[in-house]
Design a binder for this molecule. Structure first.
Ligand code: FES
Length: 156
């Protein structure tokens, strides 16, 4: 079993009902924000649940991914309040800056761009989430600065 999975199981426990929490924690610790086939297999063994069931759960929840993503995941809210306040223009700006479409990963693997439902920041619509932090009242300048600051932190 991989060390990361072992650490997470030691931290959270191996009861069936903790599977979602376990998968989220493993994904959070993954450099590219996704669950590998090895992760699925290890969780299956640790919880004594079939790989099919673990894989099924990993694919059911939108916040989990079994596909490699970027080191930073950008999620654009496309629920109605944000949509009305022009979340489409935020998507256009992000696609322009990043050079990818929603659902894709940048060539340098630094960012993936995705849609999400309400982030609970409707009063600051249009809103996005980058990794675990939500940002609102966005415009081109604010988005540009956010991405530039992440690139600086990554020394890119
Ligand atoms: S609808 Fe976008 S944050 Fe609530």
């Amino acid at each position: 079993m991989q060390d990361t999975v072992m650490d997470v199981i030691n931290l959270i426990g191996n009861e069936d009902h903790k599977m979602l929490e376990i998968l989220m924690e493993i994904q959070d610790r993954s450099e590219y924000n996704y669950l590998t086939p090895e992760d699925i297999k290890d969780v299956s063994v640790a919880l004594d649940i079939s790989e099919t069931k673990v894989f099924g759960l990993a694919n059911f929840y939108a916040m989990l991914s079994t596909k490699k993503r970027g080191r930073h995941v950008i999620e654009v809210c496309n629920s109605t309040p944000c949509y009305i306040l022009n979340s489409d223009s935020i998507v256009e700006i992000l696609e322009g800056i990043l050079g990818v479409k929603v659902g894709e990963v940048t060539e340098d693997q630094l960012f993936s761009l995705e849609y999400t439902s309400c982030l609970g920041a409707c009063d600051a619509s249009p809103a996005i989430k980058i990794d675990h932090k939500t940002y609102g009242h966005l415009d081109r300048g604010k988005i540009f600065n956010l991405l530039a600051s992440i690139r600086r932190e990554e020394n890119i």
